[in-house]
Design a protein around this ligand. Sequence first.
Ligand SMILES: [Fe+2]
Length: 386
Amino acid sequence: MSVTPSSPDLILANARLVLGDEVIHGALHVRDGRIAAIDPGPTAAADAIDCDGDLLIPGLIELHTDNLERHMQPRPGVDWPHMAAILAHDGELASTGITTVFDAMRVGSVFKTGSNRYGAYARALSQELLSIRAAGLLRISHFLHLRAEVCSETLTAELAEFTPEDRVGILSIMDHTPGQRQFRDMTKFRNYVQGKHRLSEAELSAHVDHLTATRARLGDAHEAEAVRNAGRLGAVLASHDDTTEAQVAVSHGHGVRLAEFPTTRVAAEACHGHGIAVMMGAPNLIRGGSHSGNVAAQELAETGLLDILSSDYVPSSLMTGAFRLAQLWDDLPRAIRTVTATPAEAAGLSDRGRLAPGLLADLVRVHPHPSVPVVRGVWSHGRQVA
Ligand SMILES: [Fe+2]
């Protein structure tokens, strides 16, 4: 069956369309993978899909997820075949309404205490991801997000293995030295590391000493390398776990426009003072606080300091978190922007993130059940993927 160029490929009708700052009832037309038109009111087209009054929103954009790791290592010590892991991860994200993802991979390893489960893995894994993407086997759009760990032994060498052809989307500067930023509270650090790696007390102390010494020896040089490589690779530079005004000022000086998970209200305020968008974890919002004891996402949302949500380690939390914000703010379009238009802008993607003619037809049909929003249909570039 052929389709004439002028006929729409898909019409989603009887939907509540969530636009930038209003919700209208109507139909959305898709042609050649892009949004062709938005028509208010009822539609007479017989081949239209009846959305039954559900919400139709732009596909969600996830800038920072560790979810692929969970599929690669479904149990401690079990390394699952990577292609199967990547495909399962891709399908899981699609099912939760995410149509664009920046897959976070750590660069910069620490070997001495065996604390890293994979050692250096980002180059090999990203190669696998890029080749699966090039073969057209993925449901949604994937980009690379390199998490540059300053407190490591190998950051410079690992970054050097990436080239502009990899089209790295985001490079975030992380510093997970114990006793500061995410892990100011050493008890939380000990619990986190113990839970992940099951070290003895002596091993844990040696691990902390080694990380502290590594930071002192290489940290400043690594920070400069991370900034330089973001420019070389054409990636958006992000900060991570900024805690003090001084740290935010340094990030601003590096050219950062996106802050991942600032750990205090003071840092979030400083970000806004410098025009830096603040991203917080949706799990933090849903659980009512941070697992590392840092500032609550809800507090930042209530004070107008939360711009972007990230699903972090639970993909379905992105949609649920957005609907929590809609309740909190009594403003659905504003809440949906935190998972669509604003992350698109922060990541430099101008072809998606809003329901507007000409943009990619990345779309989600959602039934707003009072407990949890229910995803009823997902389209990526006009193709139904869930
Ligand atoms: Fe962190």
